[in-house]
Write a protein that binds this ligand. Structure first.
Ligand code: S3P
Length: 239
């Protein structure tokens, strides 16, 4: 009985407290409202993410604006002509063409099959025609087959109409990048490292004629692309 009365009393006291507070309610709510507003503000305006500078994009923009002819990558198999060329073209916002791929598409058979069925001389002829067409096209990146620049007609054509870049690398690096040698007919017989070393010695005098020389040993595709961009940036006249 006394417990019931006590609870009754408590309710009575609480009710009269609320009644007394009626006038002061806005004052009581004020700090609460401020807290809610501050929380909403913090949520609504997250800290701006720190701006990451993109050195590749900055350089690429300047290069693309100054490029007025195709850029042709030459060098031995595995030097990164296709991998670096494709990535650089994407970053520059221009086209990318691989002469070997175009030949395969036109012939309907693989490079190894062209060598086997029609012979290397026929392949070189197809290569010269393909690159002859590409050399006169709009600014884009072109990856050549490793032997293309060693054919006088093809090299003269490319030197006259395009900006040629020799991607250099040691034979050991080339072999590690090539991986599967099955797609490279010139590496089908004998020790591939010995063949690459011999080709490197035989072909360096042709590749040396390229407008720009770039050592890609120890470089990833991205760092080789950046080295290519720096070389182009230095080579191309400022507007
Ligand atoms: C060749 C290189 C190959 C291809 C063909 C002949 C060469 O191209 O054109 O197998 O003579 O060095 P990659 O350099 O793209 O492998």
């Amino acid at each position: 009985m006394s417990a019931i009365r006590q609870s009754h009393n408590t309710r009575h006291i609480f009710a009269s407290f609320l009644q007394n507070c009626q006038g002061a309610r806005p004052l009581l709510l004020f700090p609460f409202t401020i807290c809610i507003a501050m929380l909403a503000l913090m949520k609504g305006s997250p800290k701006p993410a720190p701006r990451r500078s993109n050195p590749a994009a900055k350089l690429a923009g300047s290069i693309a604006a100054r490029l007025d002819q195709p850029v042709v990558l030459v060098g031995l198999m595995g030097s990164g002509k296709s991998a670096v060329g494709r990535r650089a073209a994407k970053q520059l916002g221009i086209g990318f063409k691989d002469s070997d791929q175009l030949i395969v598409k036109a012939a309907g058979i693989s490079i190894a099959e062209i060598f086997e069925l029609a012979g290397e001389v026929k392949f070189r002829e197809m290569e010269r025609k393909t690159l002859g067409n590409l050399a006169l096209a709009s600014p884009q990146i072109i990856a050549t087959g490793g032997g293309a620049f060693c054919q006088k007609d093809t090299a003269d054509l490319l030197l006259q109409h395009t900006l040629t870049i020799w991607l250099k690398a040691s034979p050991a690096t080339l072999l590690s990048r090539i991986g599967n040698t099955k797609t490279r007919p010139l590496l089908h017989n004998g020790d591939p490292l010995a063949t690459l070393t011999r080709l490197d010695e035989q072909r360096a005098r042709f590749y040396k004629k390229a407008h720009i020389h770039l050592d890609t040993d120890g470089l990833s595709t991205y760092t080789a692309m950046m080295a290519l961009f720096h070389a182009l940036d230095t080579h191309l006249p400022r507007q």
